[in-house]
Write a protein that binds this ligand. Structure first.
Ligand code: R1P
Length: 304
């Protein structure tokens, strides 16, 4: 059997989706088709479809045309990878994502993050649509993630599972500072400069597997645990990014409240979530471009 030795471990013969050779191959494929050398990676989740509109686009690829890329099957996720500039900052932006509940292996879900790293990305911004558990949050608010509870990861559905390859990062990863403090600070400053402060919070996100929305008992349990928002993405991407040394920033856009009461009659649907996200897009675009202009000074300092 044709096996390959990586760091003393024997890899599976078929090159699994998380393996370095596959990731490097995809990065080389992209870099040979663009002049953009991205520094910021962006993942735009549900309801953030028009946010990439602020990018001065140089190249655009459908996910299905990129080798090994997981293709999104969810409404509102266009499945496009954009390379271009916001101001003078080179960016690589995913318009949509593939989720674990769509049937992918968790390592396949984070392949784009590792590809970003191999393409030169040093800072990442991740968005998700999420339900609010915190009773003080309103639909239309934004929560900057200072931490997460990754229910999938805790149960072993973890992109770091499997053969450990030092070219990505260490076997045992410290995650107590997974969300970059400076980027969170810039995000809060940007919200303040724009006069959005009252709609912005900082808090703890929980990633669940989905695709069902949570039961009342589940919502109550999550809230008792101190969790502020819940969604079906992001934590595994943040983990993969942090693991390979990217500075990670993530936020939830509050698209709905979670149903905490039996027989409340409260209804949550993906279409409502898309509509709530759509209403927030202008605000998010202004906020992100302000964060990026604050970040650009730091990027200049570390230009290669
Ligand atoms: O996390 P994003 O991709 O923003 O999407 C969120 O919105 C969808 C539910 O409407 C789920 O996929 C949930 O994870």
């Amino acid at each position: 059997m044709d096996t390959k030795v990586i760091n003393g471990n024997r890899s599976r013969p078929d090159h699994p989706p998380g393996c370095f050779e596959v990731v490097k191959g995809v990065a080389d494929w992209l870099l040979s088709r663009t002049d953009v050398r991205p520094r910021i990676g962006m993942i735009c989740g549900t309801g953030m479809g028009s946010v990439p509109g602020m990018i001065n686009v140089r190249n655009e690829f459908a996910f299905e045309d990129i080798p090994h890329f997981p293709v999104s099957t969810v409404k509102g996720h266009a499945g496009k990878l954009i390379l271009g500039f916001i101001g003078s900052v080179p960016v690589m932006c995913m318009k949509g994502r593939a989720h674990y509940y769509e049937g992918y292996d968790i390592a396949q879900c984070v392949l784009p993050v590792r590809v970003m790293k191999e393409c030169g990305v040093t800072h990442m911004m991740i968005s998700n649509a999420a339900g609010a558990l915190n009773e003080n949050f309103q639909v239309g608010d934004v929560m900057i993630m200072k931490d997460h509870v990754n229910f999938l990861g805790l149960a072993g559905v973890n992109p770091l599972r499997g053969i450990s390859d030092d070219r990505f990062g260490p076997r045992f990863l410290l995650t107590s500072r997974i969300y970059d403090k400076e980027m969170r600070q810039m995000a809060k400053q940007a919200a303040k400069e724009l006069g959005y402060e009252s709609q912005f919070h900082e808090g703890v996100f929980a990633m669940v597997g989905g695709p069902n929305f949570e039961t009342v008992a589940e919502c109550r349990m999550l809230r008792m645990m101190g969790i502020d928002t819940v969604g079906m993405s992001t934590a595994h991407e943040a983990l993969a990014g942090h693991h390979c040394g990217i500075k990670v920033f993530a936020f939830s856009i509050v698209t709905n409240k979670c149903d905490m009461e039996y027989d409340s009659g409260y209804h949550i649907s993906h279409d409502q979530i898309l509509a709530s996200g759509f209403r927030m897009e202008l605000m998010i675009r202004m906020w992100i471009s302000t964060i990026i202009s604050l970040l650009s000074a730091e990027l200049e300092k570390t230009k290669s």
